[in-house]
Ligand binder design. Structure first.
Ligand SMILES: Cc1ncc(COP(=O)(O)O)c(C=O)c1O
Length: 452
């Protein structure tokens, strides 16, 4: 029987997974370092443990004390797990950019969460790091962990992540790719690997808008601009970014990061966050120029579950104008159509009276509807058609719909490209949307126009 004494003993020793679908045209091997398989589902568990153990050793953290940290969420989760096991209270300060999932996660561990404005500039009193420092100063028996300059952060990766990668690749790793938030992962892992073999290339992936790449390439400090990927990039230089171990920094857009994160999930089954997408874009860029001896390892920083309301949601991606146009499906347009209180499907039956159908058109203030029988689109009926008939023959409202119904609207599956739907909408005023062969609603020209 193999047991551990507490959950923190399961931190680290994460597996490597070889990519296949995403590397079809690449000769080198690309491996995912599955940090999402840590108990707190991120690369930050390792540093949570190390920072607390070192603070206990140095006497800075005492029994019953309070741990305080400025975090984009994952370090908070790592610390919260250790705090739960070792009996500390915790307070985490985050910006409003951080997903709701991460906030709730921390609260589930019993932590207090303080949210600061995303727009606050570094070193101003509203900035989340300044707020964390102030709370630490005001809270008795507390310790501000400050992952940005805490040496235990890179040290944790120097002592665990680096040696694991060396061992797992039999010393054959040629390129390591991670992203820079505090710098801990890349600085610690990079230092270990460089000491083993200085030829191993250490690559950092950085969002456009962050200052790291410009600083490394030109020594110039720029002002950061906003971007959407969480947990990485900065508008200041943390002490834990050790540029001497970094060979190259590659900039990646939000759009590329999020699409790559979604592709890693859909094509390799590895559910991950946005910064993992950033890393993978950089890893594939590097790997495509390597021969078959290239061994590239990139970090899977955390799980996609933390971003279900963010880049793993089509609605969110569309809201941020990040959905690729050629990937817009009928289903996406249908899901986002403005209902205005009208059910997804208002229809008539072939045998019901025209008068009843007319009442329904009036009730929902719509001008047309499909005629459906046994889940099949058999015809359509419109206000215009009824109007033209009723003037000559008012009795018509007593006749069945099937007597005057018009051509059925075409049925289109929700997975079809919207462009295909638009072609059909040139000939038909509306389309019937189906899902797995079942009719789920109607899409009109105005719905498509509203979407655009
Ligand atoms: C989601 C995510 N990815 C990557 C990182 C970067 O790791 P590091 O701080 O070690 O540079 C972080 C750091 O907070 C993170 O939260």
């Amino acid at each position: 029987m193999k047991v551990v004494n507490n959950i923190t003993e399961l931190f680290g020793n994460t597996p490597l997974v070889k990519l296949s679908a995403l590397t079809k045209d690449i000769k080198a091997s690309v491996y995912a370092k599955m940090e999402s398989m840590n108990p707190g589902a991120s690369v930050k568990d390792r540093i949570g443990l190390k920072m607390i153990l070192e603070a206990e050793k140095s006497g800075e953290l005492n029994p019953g004390g309070t741990i305080i940290e400025a975090t984009s969420g994952n370090t908070g989760i790592g610390l919260a797990i250790v705090a739960a096991v070792r009996g500390y209270k915790s307070i985490f300060v985050m910006t409003e950019k951080v997903s709701v999932e991460k906030r709730r996660y921390l609260q589930a561990y019993g932590a207090d969460v303080v949210i600061c404005p995303m727009t606050a500039v570094h070193d101003t009193p509203e900035h989340y790091v300044s707020v964390a420092k102030r709370i630490a100063a005001e809270t008795p028996n507390s310790l501000f962990m400050y992952q940005y300059n805490n040496p235990s952060n890179p040290e944790a990766h120097y002592l665990t992540t680096g040696p694991e990668l060396w061992e797992q690749t039999g010393g054959k790793i040629t390129h390591f790719v991670g992203s820079l938030g505090t710098g801990g992962t890349v600085s610690g892992t990079g230092r270990f690997l460089k000491e083993k073999n200085p030829n191993i290339k250490i690559i950092a992936a950085d969002p456009y808008g962050s200052i790291f790449k410009t600083y490394k390439d030109s020594g110039v400090m720029t002002e950061g601009t906003p971007y959407l990927v969480e947990g990485i990039g900065q508008d200041m230089l943390p002490e834990n970014v050790h540029f001497k171990y970094i060979d190259e920094i590659i900039n990646v857009t939000d759009k590329d990061s999020f699409h790559m994160s979604r592709r890693l999930t859909r094509e390799e089954g590895i559910f991950c966050g946005g910064s993992t997408g950033t890393n993978l874009v950089a890893a594939l860029k590097v790997a495509k120029d390597l021969d078959k001896d290239g061994i590239v390892v990139f970090i899977v920083c955390d799980t996609g579950e933390r971003y279900l309301s963010k880049h793993h949601s089509d609605e969110w991606m569309r809201e941020k104008r990040l959905l690729e146009k050629d990937k817009t499906t009928i289903g996406v347009v249908f899901q986002t159509k403005l209902s205005g209180g009208v059910p997804n499907l208002v229809s008539a039956f072939p045998d019901e009276l025209i008068g009843e159908a007319l009442n329904r058109l009036e009730q929902y203030n719509i001008s047309q509807m499909p005629v459906i029988e046994d889940n099949k689109s058999v015809g359509s009926i419109s206000e215009a058609e009824i109007m033209s008939k009723i003037i000559d023959n008012p009795q018509i409202i007593e006749k069945p719909v099937k007597d005057i119904m018009d051509k059925a609207y075409p049925v289109i599956d929700e997975s079809e490209d919207i462009r295909h739907g638009i072609q059909q909408l040139k000939k038909s005023p509306a389309l019937i949307v189906s899902q797995y062969g079942r009719i789920i609603g109607i899409l009109t020209r105005i719905d498509v126009l509203d979407f655009v």
